[in-house]
Write a new protein. Sequence first.
Length: 435
Amino acid sequence: MAGRTRTTKKLAQRIDLDYFKTLQGIPRWRRILSVVFTLLGLGWLGWHGLRGSPTPYNAGPIARQHALIGHKCAACHVSSAGFQRTVTDNACVACHDGPIHHAEQTFSPACSECHVEHKGVMRVASTSDRACAQCHADLAAKDKNTPPRFVAEISNFDRNHPEFAPLRSGQRDPGTIKFNHQVHLKKELRAPQGTVQLKCADCHRPPGFEEAWPFGELEITPATFSLPSRAYMSPVNYREHCSACHTLQFDRRFRESVPHKEPRVVYDFVVKKLTEYIVAHPDQIHTVDEPDKRLPTRPVPPIPRNAEEWVAQRLADAQLLLWRKACKECHALSYPQGPDSLPVVAKAAITTRWLPHASFDHEAHQLLACASCHARAATSKETSDILIPGIQVCRECHRSGGNSAEARCFECHTYHDWSKEKHVNAGYTVPQLVE
Ligand code: HEC
Ligand code: HEC
Ligand code: HEC
Ligand code: HEC
Ligand code: HEC
Ligand code: HEC
Ligand code: HEC
Ligand code: HEC
Ligand code: HEC
Ligand code: HEC
């Protein structure tokens, strides 16, 4: 039996030579769908065009702070340069100022170079490090002859940010109040009622807390309120933090302390108290006190002949006690020459902002123990020690990469010099914004 013969010719005859003219299967659907989607797209554009809606040209969602003006493209895209309407600085400053950074800057980058838009609901102020590094990686000041006052090569917090200035230069704490942290933080420190273990918060709190101070009285000083927020600690003061343990008694006849004021006020107070006392107790005029053990030995004075002499003798003792002992325990005093002259108390000079070129916020870090940043406090014996943390402590958490706190420049620095801000009123009406 002859089998079926399959010649190449026969096979060729089975092929439809026009197969490419009619589409089948996937290619067919591809063509149908391209036409349908193009038409749908054009229809969508046309429909938005007819409604005057800008959605088709939108480059991405606007930042949260600009959500209200997100549909008002022309508020930002003002200048029509060619086909595109570009964003100008003038458009931004019509609604709010963005004051300059520094008088010394050699040029001013455009607002939109740093404040990127259409990237979603991020903060507009989350600017890239590149925006700062374009100058700070190789800083130059306007005046070519004066070198920049700041470290000139900074482009990244992890890599080449300098140590903070007060720690870099071996600076000392300029404060003049004598204070030994180690002594005061020891266990069983003597206090008016028994012994205590002091905590940092017994002396250091941000402004605005009205809880009682355990070792003093609440004092509401103007200085306390000039601090803008709870970011920084209020400076220590005698009344709130020291007065209960370090009283200022001047004479054993009086339980009262002298006012914690200028020596002239203290002097007048002591004179007044002694004079009143001797008027009330004339029988004591012709007596001499036992010398106070706390004082350097002095010659025993003659018996006073009248009230004035009695006051003068007690006053001399009180002054010895105050100027050579009580006040001097904490203060640097100088003693000018002259018959009536009183000692001069050096300015306390307690620093309230250690790092003025950056911002810091204690409240944002309140989950941490004070000593985790201020490790040196517990062992510091001298006021001149600097107790603020160095950059390595910050880098433990503020570093680039996942699961870490923000490490871009804007987290700790401001760019704009807000003291130069100009007030702006754009004058929109409510319907204009919420149509
Ligand atoms: C708050 C101000 C603001 C508003 C409102 C705004 N934009 Fe933008 N837009 C910008 C900024 C800033 C850029 C970046 C411009 C640049 O690089 O010069 C930009 C860029 C664009 C781009 C890309 C242009 C390019 O050069 O790459 C398009 C497209 C665009 N916007 C469309 C729109 C549309 C459409 C709307 C309204 C729905 C709108 N924008 C609303 C600020 C805004
Ligand atoms: C129509 C008015 C308007 C225009 C135009 C405008 N803004 Fe704003 N902007 C606002 C309002 C309102 C806020 C929110 C209130 C505020 O923070 O002052 C805001 C907030 C901001 C913030 C603060 C965001 C934050 O993280 O707190 C930045 C930065 C900003 N705008 C930059 C720009 C820039 C750059 C432009 C120009 C591209 C611009 N704005 C244009 C009205 C405007
Ligand atoms: C156009 C250039 C330029 C850009 C961009 C720039 N800076 Fe500066 N910056 C300067 C100059 C100039 C100085 C002052 C140098 C001097 O006084 O010697 C300065 C000073 C500083 C200082 C120290 C003085 C101060 O005012 O506290 C800090 C901090 C600072 N810049 C942070 C930043 C950050 C953060 C950015 C980015 C958001 C930035 N800079 C962007 C030019 C620039
Ligand atoms: C009895 C009050 C008292 C207690 C308690 C106390 N301090 Fe102080 N602290 C002071 C005084 C006074 C000063 C200012 C004099 C000085 O600089 O030493 C000061 C200054 C500081 C400073 C800034 C000065 C610098 O040189 O950096 C830091 C930081 C500080 N203390 C941290 C602490 C920490 C942390 C604790 C707890 C472990 C603590 N202090 C407990 C009284 C106290
Ligand atoms: C236990 C420590 C302590 C003693 C003792 C003490 N002071 Fe003070 N004194 C302080 C502290 C802390 C400050 C800074 C904050 C304040 O004003 O309370 C200060 C500030 C002052 C100031 C203001 C200094 C300035 O910066 O202008 C004067 C004046 C002053 N004391 C006078 C006295 C006199 C006078 C005596 C003695 C009768 C005295 N003090 C005793 C701790 C003390
Ligand atoms: C809880 C009580 C208490 C408080 C509050 C307190 N002190 Fe003292 N202070 C002491 C005692 C007790 C001593 C003596 C410690 C010793 O020698 O062991 C002392 C000693 C001192 C000395 C001498 C330190 C030395 O080197 O031996 C100075 C200076 C001093 N205190 C300043 C202050 C100042 C300033 C404040 C307020 C900011 C303050 N103290 C708050 C209890 C206190
Ligand atoms: C995350 C680290 C960190 C922690 C935690 C921290 N501090 Fe500070 N502290 C700082 C830095 C940074 C400064 C310098 C801020 C400045 O003055 O510019 C500072 C400054 C201070 C000062 C000087 C005054 C001032 O505000 O500048 C005192 C006092 C102080 N801290 C006490 C404390 C006490 C008390 C605690 C615990 C409740 C604490 N700190 C927790 C980092 C820290
Ligand atoms: C985690 C906080 C933090 C970050 C992030 C940060 N800085 Fe700083 N920076 C500081 C502190 C704190 C100082 C010390 C300020 C002072 O001494 O007054 C400082 C100081 C500076 C100074 C002054 C340097 C000098 O000569 O003392 C400049 C300039 C500066 N930073 C720029 C930058 C730039 C640019 C970036 C981003 C690449 C950046 N910083 C990121 C905290 C930060
Ligand atoms: C234990 C980790 C940790 C350490 C150490 C640390 N920070 Fe932070 N810091 C944080 C966290 C968490 C936040 C809040 C998250 C945020 O706002 O991004 C924050 C927020 C901040 C902020 C913004 C505060 C605000 O206004 O919201 C500044 C500025 C800052 N840190 C500076 C510093 C400086 C300077 C140091 C070193 C002295 C430091 N931090 C050390 C974890 C840390
Ligand atoms: C070199 C980068 C840079 C340039 C250029 C820049 N900014 Fe900023 N801007 C920042 C940074 C960083 C912040 C956040 C820290 C601060 O307040 O300075 C900010 C904050 C702002 C804020 C928000 C303040 C707030 O409420 O938190 C406004 C509004 C603003 N800029 C407007 C402008 C305008 C308008 C321009 C142009 C004239 C401009 N910026 C140019 C970096 C820049």
